[in-house]
Design a protein around this ligand. Structure first.
Ligand code: K1U
Ligand code: ZN
Length: 180
């Protein structure tokens, strides 16, 4: 098991638009297995390949999982597309790449999605609730969009300031412990 580090805001690699997967190779299967390990270890209910520095259109999701002990049933989703959006919902979201922050985001309440799995089988699915929100959140990652790009400029600005301050303190701590 390889626990790849999760890129954190404001890492510019999170802003890249990811490329479609052309072939399901052994390397891709290995990356998918690593991503599942990272998702449960963090813990999270989704993870997109760009969050582990791989700019390809693959995500893993398990929206049924809870820390209290639901069975693990991770799904690998390749080249997802949102075919239809319907309604709207406000959801309080978090992100493994955006530490110490949650915010309300407006999303479509229901989405029709198409993707392929690791066997190359195509799926078309209607989703609602958390699964619809998670699909939109993960699909955004593949387009270099974070949930903080979907909140007010004021809230994003406040968070960015707080995050940069935290990073500066971390750097100072590292420099101090090296000087000891
Ligand atoms: O993409 C990510 O960063 C993962 C993210 C997915 C997500 C959460 C909420 C709304 C939309 C998308 C997370 O998993 S954040 C952590 C989280 O929600 C969670 C963690 C443990 C148990 C249950 C939920
Ligand atoms: Zn995220």
């Amino acid at each position: 098991m390889a626990l790849r580090p999760v890129l954190l805001f404001p890492d510019p690699r999170l802003k890249r638009v990811s490329a479609p997967v052309e072939d399901v190779t052994d390397g891709l299967r290995e990356l998918a297995a690593d991503m599942i390990d990272v998702m449960y270890d963090e813990p999270g209910i989704g993870l997109a390949a760009p969050q582990v520095a791989e700019a390809i259109r693959m995500v893993v999701m398990d929206t049924e999982w809870t820390e209290e002990g639901n069975d693990r049933d991770a799904q690998v989703i390749i080249n997802p597309e949102i075919l239809e959006r319907e309604g709207s919902v406000i959801w309080t979201e978090g992100c493994l790449s955006v530490p110490d922050f949650q915010a309300e985001v407006e999303r479509a309440a229901r989405v029709k999605v198409r993707y392929i799995d690791l066997e190359g089988k195509e799926h078309v699915e209607d989703c609602d609730d958390l699964r619809a929100v998670c699909f939109q959140h993960e699909n955004d990652h593949l387009d270099g969009v974070l949930f903080v790009d979907r909140i007010s400029r004021l809230k994003r600005g406040l968070y960015t300031k707080k995050r940069k301050k935290a990073l500066k303190l971390e750097e100072e701590d590292v420099a101090e412990s090296g000087a000891l």
